[in-house]
Ligand binder design. Structure first.
Ligand code: ADP
Length: 161
C-alpha cells in the first residue's frame, strides 16, 4: 500500500488542484488531499467548506480521501501512513519555493519523500488567488474551477449583496 499526502490551502479548490489529485490517484494506492489549517492566513472560504467542496468534486475517485490537517505536513504524512508528500509545480518560482519547503521539512523528518508533479500547461497560470481576484471583480471563473466551487462562490456573492 503506497499512500501520498497532497497538502495545500485549496482556498478555493481549482481545476489545477483537481488535476494533480486525479493524476496522483493513478500513481498511488491511496491519496489524502489535506486542507491544511493555517492560523496566520485569513481564509477566503472556511476550511470545512473547502473540505466539503473537495470531497464532492473528487467523489468519482475511490482512492482519494479529503482530510483536514494542521501542524507539520510531515507529521500529517506519518499519521496517515503516507510515504510521500506531493506538490504541484507550475513554474520556476514554485520549484524554488517548494524545494525550500523540502529542505525545511527534512529538518523535521527527513524520512518522508516529496514528489513534484508538473502542472498541465493549461493550468500554468492558475492559482486560488487568481480565481479570488477574477471572482472579486465579477469575472467568469467557469473554466478555472469545478462546477460545485463555481456554484458555492455564486451563492456567496448572493449572500454578500
Ligand atoms: P499552498 O498554500 O500550500 O501553496 P495551494 O492551495 O496554493 O496551497 O496549493 C496546493 C498545491 O497545489 C501546491 O503544491 C501547489 O503548487 C499546487 N497547485 C496550485 N495550483 C496549481 C495548478 N494550477 N496546477 C498544478 N498544481 C497546482
Amino acid at each position: 500500500m503506497r499512500a501520498c499526502l497532497f497538502p495545500g490551502s485549496f482556498d478555493p479548490p481549482t481545476n489545477g488542484h483537481l488535476d494533480i489529485a486525479q493524476r496522483l490517484s493513478g500513481l498511488f494506492d491511496e491519496v489524502y488531499v489535506c486542507v491544511m489549517r493555517n492560523g496566520e492566513k485569513r481564509p477566503f472560504l472556511p476550511e470545512e467548506t473547502r473540505v466539503e467542496l473537495l470531497k464532492d468534486a473528487l467523489s468519482g475517485l475511490p482512492n482519494v480521501q479529503v482530510v483536514l490537517g494542521e501542524g507539520f505536513t510531515v507529521h500529517m504524512a506519518r499519521k496517515l501512513n503516507a510515504c510521500a508528500i506531493a506538490r504541484g509545480i507550475r513554474d520556476e518560482q514554485d520549484f524554488v519555493y517548494e524545494s525550500r519547503l523540502v529542505r525545511a521539512n527534512a529538518y523535521v523528518d527527513e524520512g518522508v519523500e516529496t514528489v513534484f508533479l508538473p502542472a498541465r500547461p493549461e493550468h500554468g497560470g492558475l492559482s486560488s488567488s487568481v480565481v479570488r481576484e477574477i471572482w472579486g471583480l465579477s469575472g467568469d471563473i467557469s473554466a478555472l474551477v469545478p462546477e460545485n466551487v463555481q456554484k458555492a462562490l455564486e451563492e456567496m456573492r448572493k449572500r454578500e449583496n
